[in-house]
Design a binder for this molecule. Structure first.
Ligand SMILES: Nc1nc2c(ncn2[C@@H]2O[C@H](COP(=O)(O)OP(=O)(O)OP(=O)(O)O)[C@@H](O)[C@H]2O)c(=O)[nH]1
Ligand code: SF4
Ligand SMILES: [Mg+2]
Length: 428
């Protein structure tokens, strides 16, 4: 049986627009399936509807149909919020409008999407009834926004629309970045250390570890997977030292102790920060830990909504480590899934899980929200390495992130607050 591509690895294509413009109809026409309910009653789609599918030549995508965002009233406000969250995880946004109706509302929605740096294309739907005004087409052309006049009913324009979708897809979505293989040349070996204890998911190993193994094999690298207790013997038995050791953050300290100093070492959650987030910014943010005081508030966010694998890390271990490190009680608040406070001003720091279930866009949106409010955001693995005094070592495979972290430390020593002065580009 072929396993389905994990949701977080699919290109997320979101359909947005006023009620009744034909968002659901257009999605159904593109998917050639009745994914979403269609009706003439405005407000038919209430919660975001997701449909994973293969869209050639892009590959695995996740279509997300949303509630019309002109919705009003108490329930309407909740729908608008869910649609706003859907924008946050969108890699490519489709703004659907009726070909003949273009208002301030469409302008504002377009601006909101563009402010988040999300590639957008405009579908001028119901073109079987009426065509778009030439002035609107000229305006979109002037703004370099791709558009297509389409009809979800007759299928007119849908081929052009598919082509535009493909062109709008960010290149990194078509060729996802390496998880680990860029750190381990072909023919060389990586050792992955994974504790199999009562917290390990029953009968399987974590998704990221599976993906890392596949990434290494695709690269013609060798991969040795070992439990923490077996690491020392494994290293002793190897004829040449590995190019990299990657540890589960839970056993980072023990792994660092037995891994020879000349062997590069990092943690899975640091690989995740690079893959899904902004490793440079999240490494910089770790420096904030040293300026925390007992009584300060720290937000710990996990993206799992079900019982999370790392619950023990987020709820028990990180608070314990930090309280020990800082010598007093920090006030921790825990949030899960998409429940993320809009006002972060009371928090000194946000510590985020690796977001292995999410696509990168959603994690970057969260990082952007923190940056806009001037609140540093770091990552589980980074905090654990920091608290155990091995963060510099864990960042060594990522020179840009290490340099940023050192620079931040230097600036902190000089008593500046540079984290709120901006976060550098997404490089590692
Ligand atoms: N003539 C014509 N009618 C369309 C077209 N697309 C959608 N419709 C009709 O427009 C109405 C609304 O379509 P939906 O797809 O439910 O619209 P929506 O934007 O998803 O609406 P909400 O979920 O309420 O926000 C339905 O009666 C559709 O049959 C089209 O291209 N041409
Ligand atoms: S989503 Fe976060 S908490 Fe859940 S398993 Fe992945 S990294 Fe851990
Ligand atoms: Mg709908």
């Amino acid at each position: 049986m072929q396993r389905a591509t994990q949701k977080g690895l699919r290109l997320h294509i979101g359909f947005f627009g006023r009620r009744n413009v034909g968002k659901s109809s257009l999605l159904n026409a593109i998917a050639h399936q009745n994914v979403s309910i269609v009706s003439e009653v405005p407000g038919t789609t209430t919660d975001p509807v997701e449909k994973p599918m293969e869209l050639q030549p892009i590959g695995p995508v996740l279509f997300v149909d949303t509630a019309g965002v002109d919705d009003v009233g108490a329930l309407g406000a909740q729908r608008v919020e869910k649609t706003r969250q859907a924008i946050a995880r969108t890699d490519v946004a489709v703004l659907v409008a009726e070909a003949a109706i273009w208002t301030d509302f469409e302008e504002k929605l377009l601006a909101e999407i563009q402010n988040r740096d999300i590639p957008v294309l405009v579908a001028l739907n119901k073109a079987d009834l009426c065509k778009a005004a030439p002035e609107l087409l000229a305006q979109l052309r002037g703004q370099r926004i791709p558009w297509a006049q389409v009809s979800a009913v007759t299928g007119e324009g849908t081929d052009v629309f598919r082509e535009l979708l493909w062109q709008a897809a960010p290149s990194e979505a078509l060729e996802p970045p390496a998880i680990i293989s860029d750190l381990v040349p072909p023919g060389k070996t990586a050792v992955l250390v994974t504790p199999i204890d009562k917290e390990a998911p029953k009968g399987r190993i974590k998704q990221l570890q599976v993906q890392a193994i596949r990434d290494l094999l695709d690269n013609d690298s060798t991969c040795v997977v070992v439990k923490d207790a077996g690491l020392e013997l494994t290293l002793d038995n190897m004829k040449s030292l590995p190019s990299l050791v990657v540890s589960d953050a839970q056993v980072f300290e023990q792994v660092a102790r037995v891994t020879p100093a000349q062997v590069p070492l990092t943690a899975f959650s640091i690989l995740l920060a690079r893959l899904k987030g902004d490793l440079v910014a999240q490494a910089r943010a770790a420096v904030t830990i040293d300026s925390l005081h007992p009584g300060d508030k720290v937000l710990i966010a996990e993206t799992c909504t079900h019982h999370p694998i790392e619950e023990d890390i987020g709820r028990v271990k990180i608070p314990r480590w930090l309280n020990q490190y800082l010598g007093g009680e920090i006030e921790f608040t825990h949030v899960r899934g998409r429940d993320f406070p809009q006002d972060l001003s009371s928090y000194k720091l946000v510590i985020h899980c690796g977001a292995c279930m999410w696509n990168r866009q959603e994690m970057l949106s969260r990082i952007r929200e923190c940056r806009q409010q001037g609140i540093p955001i770091t990552n589980y693995g980074i905090v654990i390495a920091f608290a155990q005094g091995i963060l510099e070592r864990a960042l060594q495979p990522f020179p840009t992130a290490l340099a940023a972290y050192r620079e931040e430390r230097g600036m902190q020593a000089a008593n500046r607050n540079p984290i709120t002065e901006g976060i550098p580009a997404l490089v590692n």
